[in-house]
Design a protein around this ligand. Structure first.
Ligand code: SF4
Length: 363
């Protein structure tokens, strides 16, 4: 498993009778377990850690399936989030989750199995629509898979359907259960990538870039379609050379023809996150550089910096392979035009572009 440990398990009242709770507890022998009534508001350990070493098993009453929170001002790809957990045992300095949730701890929703039936019903009720679904928005998709075994449940459920793909997005090498599964169809295993410099300095607890790509190669060689996400791109000393190193590693390990898409986004954050990052990661470089307030209220790099980042990456990735399904996450039409040389024109256009990739790869 990646570089983190669970030191304590909290089990909420409503989660006690669930079979997933029992299975998870059996996989964590010797870890202290405490029953809790309702929500515990403070992290059990050092609050600076946000309770990342505390696993909280929760009967979740909120939404399990919802659209990725895009905004009208930028083009959004229409991704759907399958909400299996909140918070993450990894500790990236730039992580937006640090200011997103008002509850600490790694909260895993043990009623996933029942709720999944409802989610699949929604998917089945719109057979002509393509659902691109991911679990990696509010947590890392595979970081705790060895404990939760989400892939045992999710891969067969999604693989059987013809109008959906499930993307598992990670910065870990926890691919054992995915590889053990016999299901491959309509499953995308994706890695978030950055430069080796940012990966080493800012993505605490994540696998090294090389190990992520080795894991990706293994998944690819065993029949999985891959995705990659360069998000957040961050200008830093020698960033061009550094990002080229990442592309060289991709070339070494990955067959570009079996990549469904590579997204790019630049670092953006709600203003309140800045203080939290400064407090939790005093040595970080992610706040260096100049930011402006975007149309959605988030802080972003100036447009010329963003177009420079995307344009450089696009040019060099396209030298590797012309057809990588490159797209930008939450950007405007003019930034698309300037950096990618084209634009899908609208959120609907971007959805159509990615849906066509799905059809091309999975039929
Ligand atoms: S892996 Fe993703 S969710 Fe986890 S800390 Fe890093 S940015 Fe946040």
């Amino acid at each position: 498993m990646s570089n983190f440990t669970i030191k304590e398990v909290l089990v909420e009242d409503g989660a006690l009778r669930h079979s997933l709770t029992n299975q998870i507890l059996q996989r964590l022998p010797g870890i202290p377990v405490q029953a809790t009534k309702g929500v515990r508001s403070k992290a059990s350990s050092n609050e600076m850690d946000m309770g990342k070493d505390t696993l909280h098993l929760v009967f979740y009453k909120g939404e399990f399936f919802k659209p990725c929170p895009g905004t009208r001002e930028y083009m959004c790809c229409g991704y759907q989030i399958l909400n299996v957990a909140t918070n993450c045992p990894l500790n990236c300095s730039y992580c937006i989750l640090q200011s997103y949730f008002n509850q600490p701890n790694l909260r895993v929703f043990v009623n996933l199995e029942e709720e999944l039936k409802r989610v699949l019903h929604v998917i089945d009720s719109e057979p002509d629509r393509i659902f691109r679904v991911g679990t990696g928005e509010f947590t890392d998709s595979l970081a705790v898979d060895p404990i939760t075994c989400w892939s045992d449940l999710l891969l067969p459920a999604f693989s059987k359907r013809k109008n959906v793909v499930l993307e598992l997005k990670t910065k870990t090498t926890n691919i054992e259960r995915v590889l053990d599964s016999k299901y491959r169809d309509r499953i995308i295993v994706s890695w978030s990538l950055n430069s080796p410099y940012i990966a080493a300095r800012e993505e605490h607890g994540a696998a090294s870039l090389k190990n992520r790509l080795k894991a990706a190669r293994q998944c690819q060689s065993e029949g999985f379609v891959l995705g990659f996400h360069f998000d957040p791109l961050i200008p830093h000393p020698q960033w061009k050379q550094e990002y080229l190193k990442s592309l060289e590693l991709m070339d070494k390990y990955i067959d570009p023809k079996r990549i469904i898409w590579i997204s790019m986004g630049s670092f953006r954050y709600m203003p309140g996150l800045k203080q939290i990052i400064r407090r939790r990661h005093p040595k970080t470089c992610v706040l260096d550089g100049e930011f402006i307030t975007g149309l959605d209220g988030k802080m972003r790099y100036f447009k010329p910096i963003r177009t420079d980042l995307y344009g450089f990456m696009r040019e060099n990735m396209e030298k590797w392979h012309r057809d990588l399904g490159l797209y930008l996450c939450m950007e405007s039409d003019d930034v698309w035009q300037m950096s990618m040389g084209w634009s899908p024109g609208s959120s609907a256009g971007l959805r159509g572009y990615l849906d066509r990739r799905v059809v091309e790869f999975f039929g």
